[in-house]
Design a protein around this ligand. Structure first.
Ligand SMILES: NC(=O)c1ccc[n+]([C@@H]2O[C@H](COP(=O)([O-])OP(=O)(O)OC[C@H]3O[C@@H](n4cnc5c(N)ncnc54)[C@H](OP(=O)(O)O)[C@@H]3O)[C@@H](O)[C@H]2O)c1
Length: 325
C-alpha cells in the first residue's frame, strides 16, 4: 500500500483526501514508478473542480507531473529498467507515492540535472518551449505580452524571452510579484490589479502594441488582451486561471485587427516520442546553459495537498510548486 490523494467528487480543495491505495503490478507496456518529487500545476485545480473531466472518470488521483525511479517494468518494455530515473508531464495520477504509467509517457532524467528541478519544470518548461518556439516563433524583433509573469510558467517564460532578445511585458498581481518578474528578465512589468494593462501596453510600446499575447488568465483578461495586439497579431489563450473565456463571435477578431487566435495544449505538441523528446531536450538545454533557472517558490508535503491548492487559487504562490514524498 502507498499514500495518495484521492478525489471521489469534484469541487473545492477539501474534496482531496489523503488515503492508502494499492498500486499493483505494471501491465504490458507499463512501468511501476516510485515518485521522488511531484510537480504541482494550476491545471490540477481544473481537474479537481471538474472544469476538465478526469480521463478515467471518478474517483481519480490528481496531478500530472512527477519524477521518480522505475521499480518494475511490464512485458515488452525495453527502453527502461528498474533503477532508471524518469519523469513525465501530462498523465493524470501524480499525487501518490507510486503509480503505474505507460512507458511511452516517460522521459529519462539527464544525469546532470537534479530531480527537483525537473519535477518543477518539465510541464511548465515544455509549455514555454512550444509557446515561444512553435505556436509563435518569438525573435528579438517581437514585442510579447505574457500574463501572470511571476507564476510557474511565467517565470520560465520571462527568462526564455530574454534569451531570445524579445521585448517582453509581464502582468502580475502584486508589487512583490512585480519585483520577481523583473528579476526573471521581463523588459516591462504591469501590476494588472492596480493598473489598466491595455493602457500601459499602449504607453510602453508607443502605440505599436504586441505581436503576440500569451494569456493563461482567461475570463478576467478577455477581451482586453485582444486590445494589446497589433493588426494581424496572435492571441494565444493557454489557460483559465480566473475561469474560462466566455463564448465570443469570430467577428471580434476582424474588428480588432484581423487577429489570429489559438487555444493550444501541451499534449498536442508532445504527442509523439520524437516531439516529446525534442521539446524536453530544448528545455534541458536552457537549464544547462543557465539561460533558464528553475525557482521552486514553495513545497508542501503530499498530505498537505489541500493547503497547496488553497494557496495556488488564492494567488499566493510564486514560481513552481512541489509536493514532497
Ligand atoms: N495549455 C497548456 O498547455 C498549459 C500548460 C501549462 C500551464 N497552462 C496554464 O498556464 C497557467 C499557469 O500555470 P502555472 O501552473 O504556472 O500556474 P501559476 O501561474 O503559478 O498560477 C496561476 C496564476 O494566475 C494568476 N491569476 C490571475 N487571475 C487569477 C485568479 N482569479 N485566480 C487564481 N490565479 C489567478 C495568478 O498570478 P497573479 O497574481 O500574478 O495574477 C496566479 O498565481 C495556468 O492557467 C495553466 O492552466 C497551460
Amino acid at each position: 500500500m502507498v499514500k495518495a490523494i484521492v478525489i471521489r467528487e469534484t469541487g473545492g480543495p477539501e474534496v482531496m483526501s489523503f488515503e492508502e491505495i494499492e498500486v499493483g503490478a505494471p501491465g504490458p507496456g507499463e512501468v511501476r514508478l516510485k515518485h521522488t518529487a511531484i510537480g504541482v500545476n494550476f491545471i490540477d485545480t481544473y481537474y479537481r473542480k471538474g472544469l476538465y473531466p478526469a480521463p478515467g472518470g471518478l474517483p481519480f488521483i490528481p496531478g500530472a507531473e512527477a519524477v521518480g525511479i522505475v521499480e518494475k517494468v511490464g512485458e515488452g518494455v525495453v527502453q527502461f529498467r528498474p533503477g532508471d530515473r524518469v519523469a513525465y508531464a501530462g498523465s493524470v495520477g501524480a499525487y501518490a507515492e507510486a503509480r503505474i504509467i505507460s512507458a511511452q509517457k516517460l522521459i529519462r532524467v539527464p544525469d546532470d540535472i537534479d530531480g527537483f528541478t525537473v519535477a518543477a519544470s518539465l510541464l511548465k518548461g515544455m509549455t514555454v518551449q512550444y509557446l515561444l518556439r512553435q505556436t509563435f516563433k518569438v525573435t528579438r524583433d517581437h514585442t510579447v505580452l505574457f500574463h501572470a509573469g511571476a507564476g510557474g510558467v511565467g517565470q520560465i517564460a520571462g527568462q526564455w524571452l530574454k534569451s531570445l532578445g524579445a521585448t517582453s511585458i509581464a502582468t502580475v498581481g502584486s508589487e512583490e510579484k512585480a519585483e520577481i518578474a523583473r528579476a526573471c528578465g521581463y523588459t516591462h512589468v504591469i501590476n494588472y490589479r492596480t493598473e489598466d494593462f491595455v493602457a500601459r501596453v499602449a504607453e510602453i510600446t508607443g502605440g505599436a502594441l504586441c505581436d503576440v499575447v500569451y494569456d493563461s488568465v482567461g475570463k478576467d483578461t478577455f477581451p482586453a488582451s485582444l486590445d494589446c495586439l497589433k493588426p494581424r497579431g496572435l492571441f494565444a489563450s493557454f489557460g483559465n486561471s480566473s475561469g474560462p473565456v466566455a463564448e465570443f463571435s469570430l467577428g471580434i477578431l476582424s474588428q480588432k485587427g484581423s487577429l489570429y487566435a489559438t487555444r493550444p495544449t501541451l499534449g498536442h505538441y508532445t504527442a509523439t516520442r520524437a516531439t516529446l523528446d525534442a521539446c524536453a531536450e530544448d528545455l534541458f538545454e536552457q537549464i544547462r546553459s543557465e539561460a533558464v533557472t528553475i525557482s521552486v517558490g514553495q513545497k508542501f508535503a503530499l498530505a498537505d495537498a489541500v493547503a497547496c491548492h488553497k494557496a495556488m487559487e488564492a494567488r499566493e504562490t510564486v514560481g513552481s510548486t512541489l509536493l514532497t514524498v
